[in-house]
Design a binder for this molecule. Structure first.
Ligand SMILES: [Zn+2]
Length: 372
């Protein structure tokens, strides 16, 4: 990548440290001896963590690049230019529709511009009202936007399942991921961490129907198993939404077998194959299955990606949607608080009540008895 000349110039200025006033330091060298000046320079360089300096540096490059494109001056900067720059950055969105920069990142961008001005002995443009008010406006706007993710209800879940690719390993993996996340009321990090050694195929002693037992939270830091939890996933009544069938399908794909979707359940009599490693490994765009587990973030992105394909607003869906969807759909199905709390491992009834209110705002509500 070749950078425009003014950007290159700005880069050279900040290559050592964005935070040191080089001219002032030269003045120190004139008045004191080399050893004294070097001592001071060393401590000044250590004043900021390397991460901060690195972040400031890339923030400064971005700012200088924007100024170059807009025909504005980066140093010294006009406060109004800085305010417009920050507002444009605040409006920048990622492909999934979520903001590209959080409020704290925008504040850091502003701090970087301020720091480089200070290092050059210039007054900071970010202290002006227009910049401060812009940042305050961004913070308030972000705060008022609902952060809670929309629950994936059963019909949404089926819509997402329908958007899976027609072939390739992601088809089987993603069916299992969506079904386990929904039926298990799992958090995205819990989903991502499941290993094959955590999954047992068992039988319901009353109905003799197959079910999946999934052990959760077997993290590397918790070898004692003290905080271990387990969820049980019964067989689904329909083949496309049967977690046990989805598990059998995915085990087949990982074992190199062709996926056969006949529409008939295959979970009866299915015996788990012995496998190691993550249940949800990364799958690259060419259909190559990796050895590493998907990250919690990748789980959230997967839900968003299917939401887009299903014509839904991805900003409203995320990793928490499957867990929230479980509680809401269960409440719609008439489950009690206690039942919902058990599978979801919720300990605070208030959390569950929130989902139930979302599910059916009029149920158990005195407003229906007002005689209006
Ligand atoms: Zn089945």
């Amino acid at each position: 990548m070749s950078l425009p000349e003014p950007v290159q110039h700005a880069l050279v200025r900040v290559s050592h440290s964005v935070l040191i006033d080089v001219d002032a330091l030269a003045g120190v060298r004139e008045r004191f001896d080399d050893e004294q000046a070097a001592s001071l320079a060393g401590y000044l360089r250590s004043a900021q963590s390397p991460n901060t300096v690195r972040a400031y540096r890339s923030d400064w490059i971005a700012w200088a690049g924007w100024c170059q494109a807009e025909g504005r001056q980066a140093l010294p900067a006009d406060p109004l230019d800085v305010a417009v720059y920050l507002a444009v950055a605040a409006d920048t969105v990622k492909p999934d529709g979520s903001p590209a920069f959080g409020a704290s990142t925008l504040e850091r961008k502003s701090a970087a511009i301020s720091a480089v001005h200070a290092a050059n002995g210039l007054p900071s443009p970010t202290r002006s009202d227009v910049v401060r008010l812009t940042l305050r406006g961004v913070r308030r706007t972000r705060k008022s936007q609902p952060r809670r993710k929309r629950p994936v209800l059963l019909d949404t879940l089926e819509a997402l399942l329908n958007e899976r690719p027609q072939a390739g390993p992601a088809r089987a993996r993603d069916a299992l991921l969506l079904l386990v996340g929904f039926a298990g009321a799992l958090r995205r990090s819990e989903l991502a961490q499941i290993e094959f050694s955590d999954v047992t195929v068992d039988m319901d002693p009353r109905t003799h129907e197959p079910l999946l037992l999934i052990r959760l939270g077997t993290t590397k830091t918790d070898q004692t198993g003290k905080h271990q939890q387990q969820v049980v996933l019964p067989r689904g009544s329909r083949r496309p939404t049967c977690p046990v069938c989805a598990f059998a399908d995915w085990a087949d794909v990982l074992g190199g077998k062709e996926l056969s979707e006949t529409g008939l359940h295959r979970c009866h009599g299915f015996e788990a194959v012995v496998r190691q490693g993550p249940v949800f490994p990364v799958v690259n765009r060419h259909g190559g299955i990796g050895t590493k587990a998907m990250s919690g973030r990748a789980v959230a992105e997967l839900v968003k990606r299917y939401a887009v394909r299903a014509g839904l607003d991805p900003a409203l869906f995320g990793g928490h949607s499957l867990r929230a969807g479980f509680a809401t759909q269960a409440a719609l199905g008439g489950a009690s608080d206690r039942e919902i709390m058990r599978q979801g491992r919720w300990t605070n009834p208030r959390t569950v009540h929130r989902y139930i209110r979302t599910a059916n705002p009029l149920e158990d509500n005195a407003v229906t008895r007002l005689g209006l």
